[in-house]
Design a protein around this ligand. Structure first.
Ligand code: AMP
Length: 278
């Protein structure tokens, strides 16, 4: 495995590569990222992991400068899971000029996290399109934990005829249900004990829907009751949405997704589940 820091070296290393799989990350790798790399390893010949904390997807006052950076351990994890190349560009390498061009996926970017993080998905879509153009993979792997990001990227690739297959990979969780996230590192012990309420709330709402509940307010209430028991938790949004565009629904059809963002102290956590209402 080799780590490369600039676009030229990466493209040289990929000159005769076949069936490239790309796994874009921001580093601070955990078992969720490792699962993406392993999935890519099973399906592709050459695996590229990118590690880049992308400044243009962070808003003012967000955690860009505090974001955990653990490069040495990340490189070990990449090697262990079978990556061939790790692309670790600097900000200057990715944005050598002031960026004047941005990708905006309307509608899908506007609900849920898009409401609370203006410009976030524009930053994500722009950097992902840059990475796809740099690496030119046949397949690229993204986690379902960040479902809105996955749907934004899927739609960008369709709308712009980007020649790549986007693969969604199921969420990896701790045994108590908390979805793994680099941001879990920010939690104090007490906050970590409260955090599984996020998944418990999703499951409670999902259960109600599977039992036949079709009223969105009642399904949401089942989830909110659980979160409201925790004084450290503040709900940012909790919505029942359609599984494609992730727009909030007013009545529950055959399948929905429930998506939630909470603050636990100063840490923002998101999660979502798919519900087949039958
Ligand atoms: P990040 O480094 O947080 O930008 O995440 C890089 C990729 O890993 C994204 O496609 C995420 O959706 C995915 N990912 C993050 N956490 C998990 C998880 N717990 N399970 C599966 N995929 C994840």
């Amino acid at each position: 495995m080799r780590a490369v820091h600039n676009v030229n070296d990466l493209q040289k290393a990929l000159e005769s590569a076949e069936l490239i799989g790309l796994v874009p990350t921001m580093g601070a790798l955990h078992a969720g990222h490792e699962n993406l790399i392993e999935t890519a390893r099973r399906e592709c010949r050459t695996i590229v992991v990118s590690i880049f904390v992308n400044p243009i997807q962070f808003g003012p006052g967000e955690d860009y400068s505090q974001y955990p950076r653990t490069l040495e351990r990340d490189l070990e994890a990449c090697a262990r899971r079978g990556a061939d190349l790790v692309f670790v560009p600097s900000v200057e390498e990715m944005y050598p000029l002031p960026q004047l061009t941005f990708v905006e996926v309307t509608r899908i970017s506007e609900h849920l996290c898009g409401k609370f993080r203006p410009g976030h998905f524009r930053g994500v879509a722009t950097v992902v399109l840059k990475l796809l153009n740099i690496v030119q993979p046949q397949r690229a792997y993204f986690g379902e934990k960040d479902m809105q990001q996955l749907q934004v990227i899927r739609r960008m690739v369709l709308d712009l005829n980007v020649p790549v297959t986007i693969v969604g990979v199921p969420t990896v969780r701790d045994p108590d249900g908390l979805a793994l996230s680099s941001r879990n590192k920010y939690l104090s012990e007490e906050e970590r004990r409260a955090a599984p309420a996020l998944y418990q709330a999703l499951q409670a709402a999902a259960r109600r829907i599977k039992e036949g509940e079709r009223d969105v307010t009642k399904a949401r209430t089942a989830a909110l009751e659980i979160l409201e028991k925790h004084p450290l938790v503040r709900v940012e949004y909790l919505e029942v949405v359609d599984p494609d565009e992730l727009a909030p629904v007013s009545t529950i059809g055959s399948s929905v997704r429930i998506a939630v963002a909470i603050w636990v102290g100063r840490t923002r956590l998101i999660d979502n589940v798919f519900v087949n209402a039958g």
